[in-house]
Design a protein around this ligand. Sequence first.
Ligand code: ATP
Length: 338
Amino acid sequence: MIELKGLTKVYGKGPRAAVALSKVDLQIGKGEIFGVIGHSGAGKSTLIRCINLLERPTEGEVWVDGTELTRLGKSQLQESRRKIGMIYQHFNLLSSATVYDNIAFPLRLVHTPKESIDRKVAELLQLVGLTDHRYKYPAQLSGGQKQRVGIARALANDPDVLLCDEATSALDPQTTDSILRLLLDINKRFNLTIVLITHEMHVIQSICDRVAVIHDGGIVEQGLVTDVFLKPKHEVTKEFIRSESQGDGPLQAALLAQTGSFSLPVKITFLGEKTYESTLSRVAGQAGVNFAILQGTISTIKDVPYGQLIVRFEGDGEATGRAIAELTAQGLDVEVLA
Ligand SMILES: Nc1ncnc2c1ncn2[C@@H]1O[C@H](COP(=O)(O)OP(=O)(O)OP(=O)(O)O)[C@@H](O)[C@H]1O
């Protein structure tokens, strides 16, 4: 659906040139919710703005639905852009227009007949739950309501792709969740491809199917959210995960302080609803080690349940090695915390 090939963006020239993206390759499938996560300055905004050519890449190709946008003339590009909706961190609504007029705006631009506009706006208002607010102005709305108007406006031309530029970063956690649920609902209902950029792990974990981690203008890791988050490889990904689970920090520090030659703290991660405590007992028994479960959490990545246990093994090195090897053979992911 979306393909970026060798995308490079350099701002400015000569000694002041800043490389924002360097040879980025990315493929995003139809109906996917694809997240790009990275720290400030990593190149997220540049990347998402290159998808609809709000920002022209210095080099590389942008393909959307089989069309190479980077080759199109002005009017063809305008036509293609109608199939790519976008929402923004600060909503970008027209402050002097009502909710109705904000949503109708892109339809009026393409000279849609009044009755069709009425019908479409009514449908969209219902979809985003703002029917009773149609005559209000943006200043009379909450942040979450403003973003709902932004979403309705972005969907007015029935796009195939929705780009979300830090769409929940200005919202409180509860409102963020309601907007994420709305995006998920729209994705399922219309099989809409959604690309979002964020610096928050929680956003990716809640609704994305796949994720790319961007750092210094390049993609350093990408894959299914379950793979990337549960088995992170790159240090930047690990950092994001640590920042999300700060609660583990003191526990892990205490564990490390206690670690002696006969005690080994490990983190066991598993997908699915099964808890694996009985497997752990059996494996530990066979290997000849004792264990204590120090912490257990169950959570979900999108709709996939997963669990993590922090366990302290007590036994000699060989026996704990056997236990870890057997747990790994059972398909569990075991990370030694010492
Ligand atoms: N118009 C511009 N002119 C010059 N440099 C720019 C411009 N826009 C972005 N940059 C630079 O390009 C790099 C990537 O910026 P970008 O805004 O894409 O990152 P980001 O990951 O979206 O960051 P943030 O989360 O802070 O918005 C940064 O070093 C930034 O300073």
